[in-house]
Ligand binder design. Structure first.
Ligand SMILES: [Zn+2]
Length: 145
């Protein structure tokens, strides 16, 4: 008789995760939106139960995405506008400063969704510790009934 290997959580492909993140959907199932309103996140996905804020400070990782994308776009815009000579140096400074302030505000939700999707790729929910916590909280809930 052949022993079956332990089942691992399924990992959606990177393209699927990226598509779900850009649509602000749950990375695990793609069914529900991550944000309840413009700035308010759901605690967990109503469809699959994926916890969106896994631990204190977990969502700080999204700052890397927001900063990285903003910096990359500012550099690209700077060089393309500088060499096209469409703006003076002062105008270029004001345009890029405005972009550097406003773009991260707009991109905030996408940065969080990208961070959660990135995390889902490398550490799918629930990991072992979260499975133990879920099992113990389910046991407690069953005993209190
Ligand atoms: Zn889900």
């Amino acid at each position: 008789m052949v022993a079956t290997p332990p089942t691992e959580p399924t990992r959606p492909a990177l393209g699927i995760l990226l598509r779900r993140a850009l649509r602000l959907k749950c990375p695990a199932c793609g069914e529900h939106k991550i944000f309840r309103s413009l700035l308010t996140m759901e605690d967990a996905c109503p469809a699959c139960g994926r916890n969106f804020d896994r631990a204190p400070g977990y969502l700080l990782g999204s700052i890397y995405f927001n900063y990285g994308v903003t910096a990359m776009l500012v550099v690209i815009l700077f060089f393309s506008l500088f060499f096209s000579k469409t703006l003076t140096g002062n105008q270029l400074l004001w345009v890029l400063s405005g972009f550097g302030l406003l773009f991260p505000l707009w991109f905030f939700r996408y940065a969080r969704a990208l961070w959660i999707a990135f995390d889902e790729r490398w550490d799918p929910w629930p990991n072992e510790e979260e499975q133990r916590r879920l099992a113990s909280s389910n046991g407690r809930a069953a005993r209190s009934e």
